[in-house]
Design a protein around this ligand. Structure first.
Ligand SMILES: [Fe+2]
Ligand SMILES: [Fe+2]
Length: 192
């Protein structure tokens, strides 16, 4: 991987130490690298956007996080704050690292609507959205969500499987999600 991405990650780290976002970001990075192998996207836009997409959570007090997202958020406006503030922080980090200004603009736009924007802006945007959602299908990501939302595992698996076609924006994203669901189901059966 290009060393600039490591530098971006180092700068993102202090902002990601909340809401288990360090692990979330690492998982999303793994998925976006998979997506980049099979989808046409530009890594110099997609990778920094994934690394920085959730830095904005650091601006929101931890005790309010669970009111902002999840099955029944009581304060969903806060989720918007993490996008807007995250885009600002990402811009500052990327400018400090002399990242190309055109790319900085694109990355910040992606981050500003990574959860709330229904219509993707570009293929790069689709890939960032898919990588972010795929984290919920990973073993670790799912364990975090089950613990966080207190949902029965069986119920959550049914929900995640049913929403694949609506949620994922790239064929590769859908394919990975289906594969992961099969693995999680298998794990579920083994656990009894
Ligand atoms: Fe987010
Ligand atoms: Fe995220």
């Amino acid at each position: 991987m290009n060393p600039i991405y490591q530098r971006i990650y180092e700068h993102a780290k202090p902002y990601l130490r909340t809401r288990k976002n360090l692990i979330h970001t690492k998982i999303a990075l793994g998925y976006v690298l998979e997506l980049l192998k099979r989808e046409k996207g530009k890594e110099d836009g997609v990778i920094p956007a994934v690394l920085l997409h959730d830095v904005g959570w650091k601006t929101i007090p931890e005790k309010l996080h669970l009111t902002a997202f999840g099955p029944n958020p009581s304060n969903p406006k806060l989720a918007r704050v993490h996008e807007v503030e995250g885009a600002k922080i990402a811009g500052i980090i990327l400018e400090k690292l002399h990242y190309p200004p055109k790319k900085v603009k694109e990355i910040c736009q992606i981050i500003r609507g990574h959860d709330s924007r229904k219509r993707p802006l570009s293929q790069n945007d689709r890939m960032v959205k898919d990588a972010d959602k795929l984290t919920r299908y990973s073993q670790k990501g799912m364990a975090i969500d089950l613990d966080r939302f207190h949902i029965p595992r069986r119920e959550y698996l049914v929900f995640l499987e049913a929403i694949i076609d609506d949620w994922f924006l790239t064929p590769t994203g859908k394919g990975i999600a289906r594969k992961e669901i099969l693995l999680r189901k298998k794990g579920h059966r083994l656990r009894g």
